[in-house]
Design a protein around this ligand. Sequence first.
Ligand code: 4AD
Ligand code: MG
Length: 434
Amino acid sequence: MSNLTHCKIGEIGKFAGQEVLIRGWLYNKRSSGKIHFLLVRDGSEILQAVMTKDSVPEKTFKAFDLLTQESSLMVSGKVREDKRAPGGYELEINEIEIIQFAKDYPITPKEHGVAFLMENRHLWLRSSRQIAILSIRNEIIFSIRKFFYDKKFVLIDTPILTSAIGETGTTLFETQYFDLGKAYLAQTGQLYVEAACMAFGNVYCFGPTFRAEKSKTRRHLTEFWMVEAEEAFYDNNDNMNLQEELIEYIVSWVLEKCQKELEVIERDTTFLKKVKRPFPRISYEEAVKLLQSKGAKIKFGEDVGGDEETILANSYDKPFCVYNYPKKIKAFYMKPHPEREDLVLNNDMLAPEGYGEIIGGSQRNDDYDSLVARIKEEKLPLEAYEWYLDLRKYGSVPHSGFGLGLERTVTWICGLPHVRESIPFPRMLYRLYP
Ligand code: 4AD
Ligand code: MG
């Protein structure tokens, strides 16, 4: 059997009329007694393989009865075009070789609860829906890298073990770092891409980030992937323009490359097709008024919480920016508004259909004295930020940047009810296994 051409099911159309070898797993099977149907998956697609009593040796025909869901196997046979078969091709089986019998595979075609599926995430990954979601994630990652590569942004890998707090002291994972004191798992790569930005002009990082979020919401992970761009000589407005261009690019890429996957997960793409610039922009003050008019209890100066995000995100049919938040509720590194010292030059981008924040960005405070004052105000240890302050001493320039949460983006684009399915092995308050 092994001297036959091995072919991936996704490419089977190229082999019509030929005999090929398929290697994979049994997804499902059914029989009319005289005709046996095997549904074989190999990661690229699912293939219907058929045999009749007359077409194969008795031993092969009988192998059908033994085959269990997720048993690994090799099947050889002739590829036949058949409009009725899923995928348009069928395999006329010559031979079956079972590699390993799977006994009592826990995930059966019946409905399972989410808790059970999460506990079996290592197996759940094999289901069609999970394969489609993670394939879309793969395309989203690739489109982001391509977007920045084409724009000549340089990829800078930033450290995961860090000595300074990147965002806020409230959600830090700490560890003892030899004799050097505490190290923190990076909440952001931003401070480091700011340094690289002064070397290269335009840069980005794309890696895992960590937040000890005690919140059990549909939007929070404790480990998530973030792409963070940093741009020299960009103001807050240029920064928003770049974010909007990126989001339009990602969505159009997915619509072009992932038609099949979007169908598998039954994503209604009406709203995704509308993701074309210009996107709406409203100030924080306007957002508060809008929220109040819809019955939310938020007052000026308070942060936009999860429920309010949902209300805002249901108010638009495209992604949109909320800009110039109160300084009090935002990170120390943001540039104060030149005329309104209680505000900063920043923005969040919210995804429609109730999804909420997917991007946080800002113009950076590029003034040495005012940044030192902010670090002190936040009671952060000045020594840990000496290198960061150097960037304001040696050729400081206006610069801006933003971070896009990958899982929130995948969740929105796939229309998922919860962020947990957007990453292969989610880490959450109550989830460290598998
Ligand atoms: O708004 P955040 O906290 O911004 C930063 O970290 C900046 N340093 C980015 C920058 O300017 N370079 O986080 C950015 C994005 C959020 O909009 C959200 O999409 C995602 O990261 N995010 C999370 N995703 C999943 N789980 C969590 N706990 C998240 N926290 C933030
Ligand atoms: Mg944010």
